[in-house]
Design a binder for this molecule. Structure first.
Ligand code: NI
Length: 168
């Protein structure tokens, strides 16, 4: 296990379209393990491989129930994720990003998305996400296409002291 370095803008890897994962081998499993460790240490709620300098289409998300802070967090690992359906409803919310320190911004996202991809063993998985979890998925998947939330934000600002948002 090893912590990876989180890269920040303007690192060009954050602007690249990441490559599809084709080999679900030991190296890939190690990458996923290291990404999870790095996400927890940050701490953050989501991390995409380009954020640790690896141009591959894999994201890790660890997030609990937004209604119940006591509920255990759930870990999602998705390689080659794709949105297969999205709600008509869009919602605004404030996002922060581990690769864009010191800023937050308001972004409109689909309220709900269904995402399909593969787990770390290469088996197909499908996740139905709503609310904040759906927002995290959309934020992370943007990273795989070289998009950062500030590109989509209607407003970006420096948070005041005590104003904190989970970063991904
Ligand atoms: Ni981010």
């Amino acid at each position: 296990m090893a912590l990876m370095t989180i890269v920040n803008l303007p690192d060009p890897v954050l602007r690249r379209k990441a490559h599809k994962v084709t080999d679900f081998d030991r190296d890939f499993e190690q990458l996923v393990t290291d990404m999870i460790e790095t996400l927890r240490a940050a701490p953050g709620v989501g991390l995409a491989a380009p954020q640790v300098g690896v141009s591959k289409r894999v994201i890790v998300i660890e997030y609990g129930d937004e209604e119940d802070e006591e509920a255990p967090k759930k870990l999602y690992v998705l390689a080659n994720p794709e949105i297969v359906s999205a709600s008509e409803q869009v919602v605004k919310g404030v996002e922060a990003c581990l690769s864009v320190p010191g800023l937050v911004g308001e972004v409109e996202r689909y309220y709900g998305v269904t995402v399909k991809g593969m787990n770390r063993k290469g088996k197909p998985v499908k996740v139905k996400a709503q609310g904040w979890l759906a927002r995290i998925f959309q934020h992370e998947m943007d990273h795989l296409d070289g998009i950062v939330y500030t590109d989509r934000a209607t407003e970006v600002w420096k948070p005041k002291e005590g104003e904190e948002y989970a970063a991904d």
